[in-house]
Design a binder for this molecule. Structure first.
Ligand code: ATP
Ligand code: MG
Ligand code: MG
Ligand code: MG
Length: 433
């Protein structure tokens, strides 16, 4: 009978059977009689046991000589293993080295963060990055699933653009056959064009921002999911946003129990964030609340990390702060019907210090008001003629938002720093590997 080659994640279907698995060695320990191999095969972390009594002398000696990150095939019987968090192990009867490894730099001792990120191409193989990026993957897959079931069309926005959507600072400029091009900071304006053609669309792509300040929450390249919905006012958009966030959290709870355990993320706390609705607090009330609690803030300022953390923790839930001052928000946000100084916007702030995970608004759908806003901000009108066309030809109320994927990853995983939330982080001080 031929031995099946499997991935360890499918172990439950092979209990008591002999299988072959391609794996890498993480660590090993043992005695003269037995060797315990800590293995990973890309789907999970598991143990292989080599008993001297059960294998040939060559196999036992090979097992004892294995170095960290050697790749190998292990052949043996799958057993349940109630002591490991994974639940299965393999009793190895034979093994075959594929690729040797010498002096692997990330040893079991403690390493500094800078070192680990210099070695990110290898660090990806380790427990914490594995768990975090598996959860990132669930969030991406669940986003497509949710958008599909809600009738959205994925519409790709360009990453190379001729104009800047979010103002002129924080822009990466590049040469485009002799003219200036910018790396996109958002796909939003293109998503609006898409919504006028397909009704409900979402973009998913990288966003580039030359963030000069170093924070735990800012990358220079991050991924954003930007839904845009025609015929939708802000209130309906907020309901959609909270349903989307609750869906994402539920999916991670369903699919990534093991990863959440590895990261020691409290599942009950996460579950509490699936309870809707999330509070809506006006910017005005948020300012008062902050002032009443000793914050030195005046109406008109944008919130920093301490204010955002306080506000969401105060409600012990993600919280929408709605209707921000016009002066601190982008030109395309819709003017409030009765107030000139605020726009119909909402930021969703995560509790526990994970910051703004969503920024969104109803969009200015009135041609004259939008044109005046572009002028007011000193933007080059000729770059926005195509965008104004969306108001010239059958303008409709529409709303949308941007979810920062890595912010969502840190929130769900409980990671302290956003660099953990993306395979190869780009920050002011990091362009390699
Ligand atoms: P912040 O106030 O945190 O700087 P922002 O208001 O500038 O964020 P938006 O333009 O509203 O960000 O972008 C939408 C979402 O993208 C944000 O809510 C956040 O989740 C995410 N985001 C923004 N900037 C970054 C960044 N530099 N790195 C990672 N995610 C980001
Ligand atoms: Mg910002
Ligand atoms: Mg903000
Ligand atoms: Mg924002």
């Amino acid at each position: 009978e031929e031995i099946p080659t499997i991935q360890i994640i499918d172990a439950k279907n092979y209990v008591g059977k002999t299988v072959k698995i391609g794996a890498w060695l993480r660590q090993k320990r043992g005695s003269g009689k037995i060797a315990f191999l800590q293995l990973r095969d890309g789907t999970a972390f598991f143990q292989g046991v080599v008993a001297k009594a059960d294998v040939s002398e060559t196999v036992f000696e090979t097992a004892k000589g294995l170095k960290q990150e050697t790749s190998l095939y292990v052949i043996g019987e799958i057993h349940e293993d109630s002591r490991s968090s994974f639940g299965y192990e393999i009793a190895i009867s034979n093994l075959e080295v594929i690729g040797e490894s010498h002096d692997y730099p990330i040893t079991p001792k403690e390493h500094g963060t800078d070192f680990l990120f210099d070695e990110r191409h290898l660090y990806l193989r380790h427990l914490k990055p594995f768990a975090t990026l598996k959860i990132r993957n669930t969030l991406i897959a669940a986003s497509y699933e949710f958008m599909n079931q809600e009738g959205f069309t994925k519409l790709d926005a360009p990453f190379l653009t001729g104009s800047a959507a979010e103002g002129t600072t924080e822009l990466f400029e590049t040469d485009y056959f002799g003219e200036s091009a910018f790396l996109a900071q958002t796909g939003q304006l293109y998503a609006e064009a898409g919504a006028m053609a397909f009704g409900k669309v979402f973009t998913f792509g990288p966003a580039f921002r030359a963030e000069k300040s170093k924070t735990r929450r800012h990358l220079t390249e991050f991924w954003m999911i930007e839904p845009e919905m025609a015929f939708m006012h802000q209130e309906e958009s907020l309901v959609f946003q909270e349903r989307y966030i609750a869906f994402l959290i539920s999916k991670v709870l369903e699919k990534n129990e093991q990863e959440l355990d590895i990261l020691e993320r409290d599942k009950d706390v996460l579950r509490s964030y699936t309870q809707l609705p999330y509070p809506r607090v006006s910017y005005d009330d948020a300012i008062k609340l902050l002032q009443d609690n000793g914050f030195d803030v005046e109406w008109g300022v944008d919130f920093g990390s301490p204010e955002e953390t306080f506000l969401a923790n105060h409600f012990a839930k993600p919280v929408f702060i709605i209707n921000y001052p016009k002066a601190i928000k982008a030109f395309y946000m819709k003017k409030h019907p009765t107030r000139d100084d605020v726009v119909i916007s909402a930021d969703l702030l995560a509790p526990e210090g994970y910051g703004e995970i969503i920024g969104g608004s109803e969009r200015e759908d009135d041609y004259d008001t939008l044109k005046a806003r572009i002028e007011e901000q000193g933007l080059d009108m000729s770059e926005y003629e195509w965008y104004l066309d969306l108001r010239r030809y059958g303008s409709v109320p529409h709303s949308g938002f941007g979810l920062g994927l890595e912010r969502m990853v840190t929130f769900v995983t409980g990671e302290e720093h956003i660099r953990e939330a993306i395979p190869f982080p780009r920050m002011t001080n990091r362009l390699r590997p």
